[in-house]
Structures are given as structure tokens and as C-alpha cells.
Design a protein around this ligand. Structure first.
Ligand SMILES: Nc1ncnc2c1ncn2[C@@H]1O[C@H](COP(=O)(O)OP(=O)(O)OP(=O)(O)O)[C@@H](O)[C@H]1O
Ligand SMILES: [Mg+2]
Length: 251
């Protein structure tokens, strides 16, 4: 495995369809994607355009019908399901659109799970700290059914960030939050990007979120396109240099 790949994500020729009975539902066709290490990318597109499906492929939770994906230098096609689970545990944080919290566990135990499964010490302390950062310091021992929708979303965010992943895949992370809480979640996610160089892929309809990303891509008709918004932000052609890109953003 290369030590420091230039691109955290390299996807080539990705196609994907779902099968319902004898019918095939095409979702993605010939998608190519390069995301430089440490950058932030928003993915926009209408409902049903395949945004969640693309995140499922990038996380290895679904396999593409065709094409290849390298994450942090590792070819997902070369890994079995245990290998994919290890990769996620060590290097990827995922915020699912529908949270996927474990109903029998408290907020604290849900958030601590990735570190506990990796056998890391200090899992509960780290989870407590992350829950405090998303404003849930007073809800540590509530189970998901005892939390509001926005609070459940914030537990899911804390769980995705607790192991400080190299890559964060987030599906509408501010979708259920009021303006003020959404802003603190954006701040948390971008501070991780700045402090740890975490690469961000954010599916979002939140314009404030997309505006702060280095690039905005749009999924339409099964294909992914760079938007005019990205072009406008970069006077020079995109070089893959994260610092240069961030400097190019408007204040
Ligand atoms: N398990 C499944 N089986 C069959 N079809 C599916 C399945 N999951 C999603 N689809 C279909 O695939 C298409 C893409 O779904 P996807 O969830 O990726 O869209 P999305 O862009 O995330 O939409 P939204 O903005 O509403 O979350 C949709 O037309 C959906 O109906
Ligand atoms: Mg979706």
C-alpha cells in the first residue's frame, strides 16, 4: 500500500444498479471521481439521483456492478467483507442518512462503539468528549428512543468522528438540525478537516455547508459533474493541493 497517496479516493468507471425481482434499476453509470487528501467535497443532486448509493460504494457497504475504488491507497475490490470492515473501523467515519444507532445502547455506548470494536483504550472518555462537542453532554445515558431526531443525528455524528477517521462520509449530516445546531456540527466537521486533515465527502442540500467545501459535485442522470460553483472558486485549474484550494475560497 502506498504510504501517502495523493488522492484519498480514486474511483473509475463505477456503475451500480439495484435488482428488484427481474427488473434492474440503474443508479450510477461510469462515474469517475478523484478526491485529493485533506479536501472537502459536497455532493448535491435531486432526491433519488444516487447520492446515498454512491456513499455506500465508497464505504464498501455495497459493491459496484463495474469499476474500481481505491480508498487511501487500498483497492476495495481486493478486500473481503472482514477486510472492508477493518478499513472502515480504522480509517472511515460514516454518518448515515437514517443514523443506524443501536437501540439498546446509550448515546455514550453508541458513540464509543467504533473505538471499542477496534480494542482502543479510552473509548468512553473519547466518546464523552465528542458527545460534549456536539452538545449532548447532558444526554450521555439516553437510549436512541429517548432522544429527539436531531439528538440522534448528533450521536451518529459523534460515533462517526470518535476514532478521528482519515475519511468522513456524511449523508445529510445537518438534515434534521436547527440553524444553530447545524452550524456547530459544520464547525466540528470542518475543524476535523483542518486539525487532522480529514478528507470530507458530504452529501448535502445545505447550501451553507456546500459553500464551505473546496468542491461541489452534482449527481444527475447517474453521472457526477463538477459544478460551476467549483469552477468559480478556482481561478487556476484544480491542482490537487488542499492548502492552495482553501486559500482560493472566498472569505
Ligand atoms: N435497496 C434498494 N433497492 C432498489 N432500489 C433502490 C434501493 N435503494 C435505493 N434504490 C433506488 O435507487 C435510486 C437512488 O437512491 P439513493 O438512495 O441513492 O438516492 P439519493 O440521491 O440518496 O436520494 P435522497 O436525496 O432522497 O436521499 C432511487 O431511485 C431509489 O429508489
Ligand atoms: Mg439519500
Amino acid at each position: 500500500m502506498p504510504q501517502t497517496p495523493q488522492h484519498l479516493i480514486e474511483a473509475d468507471g463505477l456503475s451500480m444498479h439495484y435488482t428488484i425481482g427481474s427488473r434492474q434499476v440503474p443508479v450510477l453509470r461510469d462515474v469517475n471521481l478523484r478526491i485529493a487528501v485533506g479536501t472537502s467535497v459536497a455532493i448535491a443532486g435531486p432526491s433519488g439521483s444516487g447520492k446515498t448509493s454512491l456513499l455506500l460504494l465508497l464505504s464498501g457497504l455495497e459493491r459496484p456492478g463495474a469499476g474500481s475504488i481505491r480508498i487511501d491507497g487500498t483497492d476495495l475490490g481486493s478486500l473481503d467483507s472482514d477486510g472492508l470492515a477493518d478499513l472502515r473501523r480504522q480509517r472511515v467515519g460514516i454518518i448515515f442518512q437514517s443514523f443506524h444507532l443501536l437501540p439498546s445502547l446509550s448515546a455514550l455506548d453508541n458513540a464509543a462503539l467504533p473505538l471499542q470494536m477496534a480494542g482502543a483504550s479510552g473509548a468512553r472518555e473519547a466518546a464523552t468528549e465528542m458527545l460534549r462537542r456536539v452538545g449532548l453532554g447532558e444526554r450521555l445515558h439516553h437510549r436512541p428512543s429517548q432522544l429527539s431526531g436531531g439528538e440522534q443525528q448528533r450521536v451518529a455524528i459523534a460515533r462517526a468522528l470518535v476514532h478521528r477517521p482519515r475519511l468522513l462520509l456524511a449523508d445529510e449530516p445537518t438534515g434534521n438540525l436547527d440553524d444553530q445546531t447545524a452550524e456547530s456540527v459544520r464547525e466540528l466537521i470542518f475543524s476535523l478537516n483542518r486539525e487532522l486533515g480529514t478528507t470530507l465527502v458530504l452529501v448535502t442540500h445545505d447550501l451553507g455547508f456546500a459553500a464551505r467545501c473546496d468542491r461541489v459535485l452534482r449527481l444527475h442522470d447517474g453521472q457526477l459533474h463538477e459544478t460551476q460553483e467549483t469552477q468559480d472558486r478556482h481561478e487556476a485549474p484544480i491542482t490537487g493541493q488542499p492548502e492552495a484550494r482553501r486559500d482560493a475560497l472566498p472569505a
